[in-house]
Ligand binder design. Structure first.
Ligand SMILES: [Fe+2]
Length: 354
């Protein structure tokens, strides 16, 4: 039993974080994906693990660090992409809302870490360090902006694959196809703070960000990173069959448009011609939190007139989704337990206490 004199701030941190310990690591490892199905886990923000029937395992945009943690500097970093966009100066109160659900240092088996772009909530030095050390076969896949970061962090170059729209990579029974990103905020993300963007041509988006289509025997998954709406989603749907799309949803603060609105989410689903649209990202930032029930409500309002063929799905960080098993479920609920009630004789003063 712990005694107060043995407890320190360090012991508290080590005994408490990550809050879910290795629960999800164990769940993913133990999952055996049935034939013609595909399993996914939402790991918070845009972090998504995909596992196939041949045991291909990849994780896209896994990020296990924090947002703001102190008010000591009341100002935004000068030349931050949001400051460039709308001229704001006050510190952004973006605190991390979702716990770190998976322990990166307990990941034993993964084929690839993918990042859609280099914003700090989509790529993580802790994840990179853990995977470089513990999973010698794993490769790192991303656009040039992410490759530059991984190389700077010391990820060996021979384990990194730099990709652009039009490329594809095969991993076991999985084919990952890179398509265009529409994350215009990335166009304002410039490493050199002295650089002025006014009046200049923007950089090439294909070096900065990509979207991924993960094709598996169980279904095809579109990961949109932080893409905004684009009419070109229709072209992606012409070129590729897409069953499920994961998109970044959030409640944009006044003066800022960085996440898809409920209406945008439905339009992306229609454009990509998916069966299931799953909004994510809205969980993570305290200042962009949104209610996905709004998407469900809007979908219900419109579904007959618009002849929607897709369904929105409200997921939970840490939740598992099997396609096609869960495609009509609409909402996730964690396992509730207690299914073995009365397997043993209760030990009660009297039965009526129940
Ligand atoms: Fe993001």
């Amino acid at each position: 039993m712990s005694k107060v004199k043995e407890i320190s701030r360090e012991s508290w941190i080590l005994n408490t974080f990550p809050e879910w310990g290795t629960w999800i690591n164990e769940e993913i490892e133990a999952e055996v994906v049935e034939k013609n199905k595909v399993a996914m886990w939402w790991l918070g923000n845009m972090g998504t693990w995909v596992k196939t029937e041949s045991d291909a395992n990849i994780c896209i945009d896994l990020w296990l660090s924090t947002g703001k943690r102190t008010k000591s500097n009341p100002l935004m970093r000068p030349k931050h992409q949001h400051q460039r966009a709308i001229g704001c100066v006050k510190l952004q109160p973006n605190l991390r809302n979702t716990p770190c659900i998976i322990d990166p240092f307990k990941i034993k088996k993964i084929d690839a870490i993918l990042a859609t772009h280099s914003h700090s909530d989509h790529i993580d030095v802790n994840v990179a360090a853990a995977v470089v050390k513990n999973c010698p076969e794993a490769i790192f896949i991303g656009p040039k902006s992410c490759v530059d970061l991984w190389e700077k962090w010391g990820v060996p170059s021979d384990r990194i694959k730099c990709v652009r729209p039009g490329d594809s990579i095969k991993i076991k029974d999985m084919e990952i196809v890179m398509v265009e990103s529409f994350d215009r905020t990335m166009l304002l993300t410039v490493a050199n703070d002295d650089e002025t963007l006014k009046g200049k041509m923007p950089p090439n988006m294909d070096d900065l960000a990509v979207n991924y289509i993960v094709k598996t025997p169980g279904g095809n998954i579109y990961h949109a990173g932080d893409s905004h709406y684009s009419n070109y989603y229709v072209k992606h749907a012409r070129d590729h069959k897409i069953d499920i799309a994961l998109v970044g949803y959030g409640e944009n603060p006044r003066g800022m448009t960085d996440k898809l609105t409920s209406s945008d989410v439905l339009k992306v689903a229609e454009s990509l011609d998916v069966e299931v649209i799953i909004p994510i990202h809205y969980d993570i930032w305290t200042n962009f939190m949104a209610d996905p029930k709004e998407i469900q409500m809007l979908w219900n309002m419109r579904k007959y007139r618009m002849k929607y063929k897709f369904k929105p799905y409200i997921w939970q960080p840490g939740g598992k989704f099997i396609y096609p098993d869960n495609k009509d479920d609409m909402e996730y609920m964690f396992p509730r337990g207690f299914e073995d009630a009365f397997e043993l004789e209760p030990d009660l003063p009297f039965l009526q206490i129940l």
